[in-house]
Design a binder for this molecule. Structure first.
Ligand code: SAH
Length: 284
């Protein structure tokens, strides 16, 4: 059964599934789990009933049905994790746990909440994107984060990647630079929602790195760069790792290590699509 709903002034098609979570917008009464009708069994106001296919409808904070959201998002996260694991991504249990603790629906603009647990990149504010979960998972695994690490992220976006990093460093610290002030505010709000305290988000040109806080044990660049900017390489500590997408139209993901004999490329994989890194050492 296809229903139409208007939310955020956008027409959305969605499919009512048999296991949908259904809550009446009017009285907040929850329907039977397998209900496929649009009428509330409690107040009978079918015109006010909403189908929550687990993803896109937002209830008021006083809703008694919030726990159903958590349940739905929890299940969606598990499905997303399985989708990635079937593809051979997300083999590190610590990264898996960090992704589990970082509900992606809290990091996407409301219009795209219904897509939050699909394995795809999504638009966020200011014409930018929130990265694809499997790409975030892979970059995070390549980084091999250790407890206590000091990590630098270039391109905070809506803050999902840095939130995942924050769980992995535990008592360490994450610095994330973002050029857009709108996104800096958005990411900060998103981190508050998840209770994150060990990430510092800074507005600025991340292509220069963050020399005043260097050296960093790990550096992650989440925008396509012409080559890994030299100032950023200089800010890496000995034995430190950098992961970055390099290239103009389609990028190669590279993993670099600083050794006493210089910078060594440990991994390189072609076929990624990132928004461009801007700024002094980015694309003009
Ligand atoms: N890490 C994000 C994805 C960010 S997309 C996530 O978790 O989903 C890339 C981001 O890099 C965009 O938000 C863009 O605004 C930012 N960016 C591009 N060039 C930049 C620069 N020179 N300095 C800082 N941020 C930059």
């Amino acid at each position: 059964m296809i229903q139409k709903s208007k939310q955020d002034n956008i027409d959305m098609d969605y499919q009512v599934q048999r296991d949908a979570i259904c809550v009446c917008k009017s009285c907040q009464h929850d329907f039977a789990r397998d209900c496929i009708k649009m009428s509330c069994t409690c107040c009978k106001k079918d015109e006010h009933a909403m189908i929550l296919d687990g993803l896109y409808t937002v209830l008021s904070p006083r809703s008694k049905s919030e726990s159903y959201y958590e349940e739905a998002y929890g299940k969606k996260t598990e499905d997303l994790i399985k989708t990635m694991q079937v593809k051979g991504i997300l083999t590190d249990s610590k990264v898996e746990e960090a992704i589990r603790k970082t509900p992606r629906h809290l990091f996407v603009p409301s219009t795209f909440i219904k897509n939050a647990y699909e394995n795809g990149s999504l638009p966020t504010l200011n014409g930018q994107t929130i990265s694809q979960p499997s790409v975030v998972a892979k970059m995070t695994e390549w980084l091999d984060i250790k407890k206590g690490n000091k990590v630098l992220e270039i391109g905070c976006g809506s803050g999902w990647q840095s939130a995942i990093l924050s769980f992995l460093v535990e008592d360490g610290k994450v610095f994330s630079i973002e050029k857009s002030s709108i996104l800096v505010e958005f990411a900060k709000k998103n981190h508050v929602k998840v209770g994150i305290k060990n990430v510092e988000i800074i507005q600025g040109d991340g292509s220069l790195g963050l020399p005043e806080k260097s050296p960093f044990d790990r550096i992650i660049i989440t925008a396509a760069c012409p080559k890994v900017p030299k100032p950023i390489v200089d800010q890496l500590s000995m034995d430190g790792l950098i992961v970055a997408p390099v290239g103009k139209f389609i990028q190669s993901m590279v993993l670099l290590k600083k050794t006493k004999d210089g910078i060594k490329q440990l991994k390189r994989e072609f076929g990624y699509l990132f928004v461009p890194l801007k700024g002094r050492y980015g694309f003009k």
